[in-house]
Write a protein that binds this ligand. Structure first.
Ligand SMILES: [Zn+2]
Length: 85
């Protein structure tokens, strides 16, 4: 029974943390948001940098800037070793 209470507590904690602030260049055309205000992509912004919640950014079809994307693990097939001839 305690497990359920704990689970509920964690859920609430996550729900409260949902309002992550992101940074968007207010040039009117960007569709990227940034997690860090000092991001490389954002430093190129010559307009005002606006703060908004992650939810709002996502709601306006914005995606995470490519500099801050988690490194994707390329699941490439093991490279074929050259046959020794
Ligand atoms: Zn960025």
């Amino acid at each position: 029974m305690k497990t359920i209470v704990l689970f509920l507590f964690i859920f609430v904690a996550i729900a409260c943390k949902a309002s992550t602030v992101v940074y968007v260049c207010n040039n009117g055309t960007t569709n990227k948001y940034h997690l860090k205000p000092n991001c490389r992509g954002l430093s190129r912004c010559h307009f005002k940098v606006v703060k908004m919640t992650l939810e709002k950014a996502k709601a306006s079809q914005k995606t995470l800037c490519r500099h801050e994307l988690p490194k994707q693990q390329k699941q490439q097939a093991p490279s074929k070793k050259k046959h020794k001839t």
